[in-house]
Design a protein around this ligand. Sequence first.
Ligand code: PGA
Length: 248
Amino acid sequence: MARRKIVAGNWKMNMTPSQAVALCAELKDLVKSDSVDVVYCVPAIDIVPVVEAVKGTNVKVGAENMYFEEKGAYTGEISAAMLKDAGVEFVIIGHSERRDYFKEDDALLNKKVAKAFEAGLTPILCCGETLEQREMGVTMDWIRLQIKSDLAGITADQVKSMVIAYEPIWAIGTGKTATTEQAEEVCKGIRECIAEMYDAATADAVRIQYGGSVNAGNAAELFAQPDIDGGLVGGASLKADFGKIVNY
Ligand code: PGA
């Protein structure tokens, strides 16, 4: 089965609402594509203006995080229902910056993945190893543990519809991209893990992105790999280059 490529920008903590609207206008024609899904994952405060700004285009909007509770006394948090109502379709869950700086663990992320599905959002679940783990040779063990824990209780049909982003932590924002071989090896390993947990059809359907210093120069080679179905792009998603990545 041919999987449709998906290229998502992760804006992180960049772009005020007015800057966000200006960026959408700048990128509008550059990110046009009939063959690739394009998503902007934006800061919570930018969601409403960005949903408005991309209306009538091929761009879909994602959030960078959400909380798993339905509603209530969780000051500062944003629920899946709020995202859905605002027009969000995707949500990044378990980005390494959230795991590291905000101490999000796999038990929490598992609840977030389940809640996202319940609300009708598509999770982009992130996983990835540190440089130390890679040097110790435990990359795939670590990633399998993340995937198995974060997807506990999630059904095969749900997994078929979701996105998994492999992002080696040492390659994020460092300009140091994983080699094509390293990226493909782990994305293939994730697909094998999904086949073991579910079945071949689920492994064949789930889309797996590579993330970590993706740019206009390396996107084509990365996305040509058999198990890499697009990218999660940080720094390069904030400039015109993002159009070149989408149209790699
Ligand atoms: P980067 O970030 O492209 O700036 O390395 C990727 C990410 O963190 O999703």
